[in-house]
Ligand binder design. Structure first.
Ligand code: DX5
Ligand code: ZN
Length: 219
């Protein structure tokens, strides 16, 4: 099996001890750290912003995969880059000037990604594909951790893979929402290069083991 990257989502951590949880990610064998930013408008939930990310940056040198679930992200993407993001993704549904926002991220020296909701046509990413470092396929409606994986999401990963292979060979495909030890292997088989996992990691008594299971390694 190919080497799938595991990106635990700190949304499922204890917000009163996110610094420790973040610092601990390397020890448990995670590849990336997935950071969910929510504005209470694009999604019906609020998390945190720039200061949290720059404070966490001081706790870890790992790859910060920042997933913006905010309206008109173009207004803020540069500040997220400056806060210490290694990759900034935003939702295609949330921005009128997708090209402009992607350009700001890239110009700031950061990798960029586009996220798409479960009810958005995957083909919508096509016009932007040449610029993308990441295509983020949501397998739940964004807003909360711990939701059930939406059936049909793997077909969407396969569609994204087709687009990637044809128009964006540089881009990785990430799947986010409801990923666990039971569906991780099929998500990777469908074409996901990066698996985000919140509850499957933070809800486990042995987080390192949870990461290994998601990667398809034996205990
Ligand atoms: C949902 C977030 C996800 C979420 C994943 O809006 O984007 O990253 O935290 O959590 P699980 O793996 O628990 O679905
Ligand atoms: Zn996310």
């Amino acid at each position: 099996m190919k080497n799938t990257l595991i990106a635990p989502s700190i949304l499922s951590g204890n917000f009163a001890s996110l610094g420790n949880d973040t610092a601990n990610m390397k020890d448990i064998g995670a590849d990336w750290i997935h950071v969910d930013v929510m504005d209470g408008v694009f999604v019906p939930n609020l998390t945190f912003g720039f200061k949290m990310i720059s404070d966490l940056r001081a706790m870890s040198d790992m790859f910060f995969d920042v997933h913006l679930m905010i309206t008109e992200p173009k207004r803020y993407v540069e500040r997220f880059v400056k806060s210490g993001a290694d990759l900034v993704s935003f939702h295609i549904e949330a921005e009128n000037d997708v090209d402009g926002a992607l350009d700001i991220i890239k110009r700031s020296g950061c990798k960029c990604g586009l996220a798409i909701n479960p009810d958005t046509d995957v083909a919508a990413i096509k016009p932007y594909s040449a610029k993308l470092d990441l295509i983020l396929i949501m397998s739940v409606f964004p807003g909360f951790g711990g939701q059930k994986f939406i059936d049909g999401s793997l077909e969407r990963v396969m569609q994204a893979k087709k687009i990637r292979d044809e128009y964006a060979p540089q881009a990785l495909i990430e799947i986010d929402g409801g990923i666990n030890a039971d569906n991780a292997a099929s998500a990777a088989m469908a074409g996901a290069d990066v698996l985000v996992a919140g509850n499957a990691v933070f809800g486990a008594s042995d987080r390192a083991k949870a990461v290994r299971m998601l990667r398809g390694e034996q205990m």
